[in-house]
Design a protein around this ligand. Structure first.
Ligand code: GSH
Length: 200
């Protein structure tokens, strides 16, 4: 199967970490794709023209990252990274949603501050997104004490979000969040995480 992705996309990183943790990384051909390139052919595989987009061995296309991760998790028989049922499932899906939301807010701040002409920026919008990020990060700081060694879809999305905030220097998420900082440092040693550190 082929994954249309970039090495800076945190959503693609989620998928690659899931594949690695599931032991199926070797089945994925990485296809570097810039959704921002004027001449990109990405819309033929994803009408939204976003990465990640997965092209399965059957030629089907899948998006977005939660759907791709669910698909990848269905391809192996080891411990599932997305619990099938019960309170663990809802806890993990909610954590994924929180961290995807953290990412969406980060990307909006990035677009607003790095690509929009300065005179067209909307400071209140940037502040709104940053406030959502701060609340989300504070929630992770409270929650991560309970995670122990668990590294499932929620935690995978969390480390991808924190890595993206670092990459773009959006805010200092470590300040005042010692437990989250220690957790991130610990999980960053996992081969799946170390091998996917975002780079330009
Ligand atoms: N909800 C999507 C978000 C994907 C997304 O926004 N990807 C960015 C790259 S990091 C993108 O392709 N942006 C292009 C655009 O928004 O037009 C997912 O989880 O996969």
């Amino acid at each position: 199967m082929k994954l249309r992705m970039s090495t800076t996309s945190p959503y693609a990183r989620k998928c690659l970490i899931v594949a690695s943790e599931a032991g199926i990384d070797g089945r994925i051909e990485r296809v570097p794709t810039s959704p921002w390139a004027a001449d990109t052919d990405l819309p033929k595989d994803n009408p939204l023209s976003k990465i990640p987009t997965l092209i399965t061995d059957d030629g089907d296309t899948l998006y977005d990252s939660p759907v791709i991760c669910e698909y990848l998790d269905s391809l192996h028989s080891g411990r599932k990274l997305i619990p099938a049922a019960g309170s663990d499932r809802w806890r993990q899906l909610k954590l994924q949603a929180l961290c995807d939301g953290l990412l969406d807010a980060s990307v909006m701040v990035r677009v607003e501050t790095a690509t929009r002409p300065e005179d067209k920026r909307w400071p209140q919008w940037i502040e709104r997104q940053k406030a959502a990020m701060v609340r989300g990060l504070d929630s992770l700081e409270r929650e991560c004490a309970q995670w122990g060694e668990e590294f499932l879809i929620g935690q995978i999305t969390a480390i991808s979000a924190l890595g993206y905030i670092d990459l773009r220097g959006i805010l200092d998420w470590r300040a005042g969040r010692p437990r989250l900082a220690a957790w991130a440092e610990r999980v960053s040693r996992r081969p799946s995480v170390a091998a996917t550190v975002p780079k330009e």
